[in-house]
Design a protein around this ligand. Structure first.
Ligand SMILES: [Zn+2]
Length: 250
């Protein structure tokens, strides 16, 4: 079998994904391979790649590599992108997401901020991929294999394991800071909240809540009633913590 060599260089923070952490990789190929497959064989999911140059020319993921190809791979936010605005491979402004089953705290934060995040703790991998593909949602996960699936068009690999840091990562990756609408979405089920008249929710309130509160919202999906009680204060503190963290990273 004939083999031939290609040279890949991973720029920006993409060496995060490489085993050796060395940005240059020599690879021997034995068959016709798309650049997507070769990049992912190095450990980098295609959802993290925003620009590919092959011998200095921009290329798409399906481009088949030829002998002695020199491949430069750039991540989101790369300085190089300004020279190739038409050849970017990722979309920044995505407004709906699906999160894998290990990310409950991140999902809670994002929904609290009004962001549409589909989430089922027990969802299987193939269900996550299908939902991302069918509903054009970006897949949020710490499973890079999942992001390498060809049906996953958009997604993001969370670098941190800390929920607050993860929330900031997602807000920055998808330019969400100006699109936040806190307290408009149900934390439990992701449906929109609607304002509800007090008389209509009286039967579901504790005696003291009936006395002290007059403004209520009800989830249009699961029916959960929300009001500005002590729970609200806790959530408001969380929003403040997120906004403070975002300001220091901006
Ligand atoms: Zn709900």
């Amino acid at each position: 079998m004939t083999t031939f060599a290609v040279l890949l260089t991973f720029h920006d923070d993409l060496s995060f994904f490489l085993k050796s952490k060395q940005p240059q990789i020599d690879r021997q190929l034995t068959e016709r391979s798309s650049v997507k497959d070769v990049i992912e064989a190095c450990g980098v999911p295609h959802t993290e790649v925003d620009l590919i140059l092959i011998n200095g020319k921009p290329a798409g993921f399906e481009k088949v590599l030829a002998q002695d190809a020199v491949v430069d791979v750039y991540g989101l936010g790369s300085d190089r992108l300004t020279h190739f605005p038409e050849n970017r491979l990722q979309v920044c402004e995505i407004r709906s997401f699906v999160a894998d089953g290990h990310l409950g705290k991140l999902v809670r934060d994002l929904r609290l901020l009004g962001i549409d995040v589909a989430y089922d703790r027990d969802a299987e991998d193939r269900q996550l991929v299908k939902l991302a593909s069918d509903e054009h949602r970006a897949l949020l996960t710490r499973d890079r294999r999942l992001l390498m699936h060809a049906a996953v068009r958009h997604g993001y690999y969370l670098r941190s394991q800390n929920p607050l840091a993860q929330t900031i990562e997602v807000l920055q990756r998808f330019d969400l800071a100006s699109a936040l609408t806190p307290f408009t979405r149900c934390i439990r089920c992701n449906a929109k909240l609607e304002s509800a008249e007090k008389e209509k929710v009286l039967g579901e309130l504790e005696p003291l809540t009936k006395i002290y509160y007059d403004q209520f919202r009800r989830c249009s999906g699961c029916g959960q009633v929300y009001w500005s009680g002590s729970h609200f204060e806790k959530l408001e503190k969380r929003i403040q913590a997120i906004q403070a963290a975002l300001a220091t990273k901006a």
